[in-house]
Design a binder for this molecule. Structure first.
Ligand SMILES: Cc1cc2nc3c(=O)[nH]c(=O)nc-3n(C[C@H](O)[C@H](O)[C@H](O)COP(=O)(O)OP(=O)(O)OC[C@H]3O[C@@H](n4cnc5c(N)ncnc54)[C@H](O)[C@@H]3O)c2cc1C
Length: 411
């Protein structure tokens, strides 16, 4: 029995699956694929997880040092609930994996900052308060008192999501995949082939279902079900289906070195922050990597395999301009690291999680659109429930629901 849209209300179904002999191949070991593999394996499926460049690799969107986890999404309570559920699952997973790792989650809080009266920040505060999420609302004076190194002179209202913070993205995904491997998931480094005309040999497959995929090395991977969690590569894997539905864009993050001996910019004194009006977000100085400033505005179209990942001067100027205004002590700080990554944008910023229209056993899970990392656990639960048939496709995530004209609504 299927219940339409169930699983998108924050009370996502637990993966209590009974699939002792079902074999599922998950292609892509970023946050979406790794968590999907986890939920499927937990449900008893025999899982193979394949990635062309390895889990959370340098080209993958999940491969940066850190990702913010916040629950605030304006009035969009669906994503707030998914984020809350995911935060719980991330934390449970980190506990399960034990203390082998340096912290994979920093509960430093997430500070929403905006110039003047910002409607999006205001509605976010209202939504989170209504949902009883732990937040603190501050005026400019309170921000100044609490964070003397942040200039909030023009901020009318700020809020802090107190139990949110930063996930150590690359290490978290790699630790999760190592844990999966210990539990019997086959983890494979290989490129699943496509030939521009989509999956190789579709003609040789029985109509309506895929029997296997092939890797570049010529290995055949048969399975009952396939999940393609290929991030920004999805339009390359399924060009005719997705080339007009997912647009990878070039996105830059810059790590600025903090003054020696200065602890003000570490997670104890500086939260992660989002300044939506400015199109800038950032993360405190974690593990000595420097204070990270990210540019959220969509950059030019980007090829995730061959795109140029060298930092550009205009991005540095934009980041510095923001620092000059909000964290003047770092206005002239040196760039110590940078990363050029890609968003895999859908038209609205909603995820794209749906069955492939030509194969009843092929699922697509992607469209993270610059905000997906935190939701990996809930995505995994959702995909597992779709495969199990206990829910149907959420209209907002469906191929039909995901338009072809960019009009970003989810941030
Ligand atoms: C600069 C930046 C900042 C961001 N900030 C945040 C944030 O603060 N908070 C947040 O929640 N989200 C954030 N995001 C978004 C988030 O990082 C992504 O939505 C998320 O990581 C996507 O995960 P994924 O698993 O779908 O894709 P990916 O992590 O890109 O993984 C896809 C994988 O598929 C593999 N693959 C592709 N094709 C094939 C093939 N044919 N065969 C085998 N393997 C293949 C790739 O090698 C890759 O490893 C940010 C993104 C960027 C770029």
């Amino acid at each position: 029995m299927r219940s339409h849209g169930h699983g998108c209300n924050g009370r996502a179904p637990r993966a209590q699956l009974q699939w002792p002999r079902v074999h599922i191949v998950v292609i892509g070991a970023g946050a979406f694929g790794a968590w999907t593999a986890h939920q499927l394996q937990t449900g008893g499926a025999n899982v193979t997880l394949v990635d062309a460049y390895g889990p959370a690799n340098a080209r993958a969107s999940s491969g940066d040092e850190s990702r913010i986890i916040r629950c605030g999404y304006g009035a969009d309570v669906m994503y707030s609930r998914w984020a809350r559920r995911s935060l719980l699952l991330w934390r449970e997973q980190f506990q399960r994996m034990g203390r082998r790792h340096a912290p994979l989650f920093h509960p430093c809080g997430v500070l929403w900052l905006a110039s003047g009266e910002d409607a999006y920040t205001k509605i976010t505060a209202e939504t989170l308060q209504r949902e009883a999420y732990p937040i603190t609302v501050l005026d400019a004076d309170a921000v100044r008192r609490r964070f003397p190194h942040i200039d909030a002179g023009d901020v009318a209202t700020a809020l802090i999501e107190t139990d949110c913070g930063v996930l150590m993205a690359r290490r978290a995904v790699q630790a999760l995949v190592a844990h999966l491997e210990e539990r019997g998931v086959r983890v494979l480094r290989a490129r699943v082939l496509m030939d521009g005309a989509e999956l190789r040999h579709p003609q040789s497959q029985p109509a309506g279902s895929l029997t296997h995929v092939t890797t570049l090395d010529g290995e055949t991977l048969p399975a009952d079900t396939f999940v393609f969690a290929c991030g920004a590569w999805l339009p390359k894997v399924f060009p005719s289906l997705l080339a007009g539905r997912i647009w990878p864009t070039r996105q830059v993050v810059i790590y600025f070195g903090v003054p020696s001996g200065d602890v003000r910019f570490g997670p104890q004194y500086t939260p992660a922050w989002v300044d939506f009006a400015a199109g800038i977000y950032g993360v405190p100085d974690l593990e000595g990597r420097g204070l990270k400033v990210g540019l959220d505005r969509h950059g030019p179209l980007f090829d995730p395999d061959d795109g140029d990942r060298v930092l550009d001067e205009p991005s540095i100027d934009t980041a510095r301009e923001w620092l000059r205004r909000r964290m003047p002590a770092l206005a002239e700080a040196p760039v110590v690291e940078s990363r050029v990554c890609q968003y895999e944008n859908t038209a609205t910023g909603d995820f794209l999680i749906d069955r492939h229209p030509d194969f009843d056993n092929v699922w697509i899970a992607g469209g993270g659109s610059g905000h997906g990392f935190k939701h990996g656990p809930a995505v995994g639960e959702h995909v597992a429930a779709l495969i199990q048939g206990t829910i149907t496709t959420e209209p907002r995530f469906s191929l039909a629901g995901n338009g072809t004209q960019p009009q970003r609504k989810v941030f």
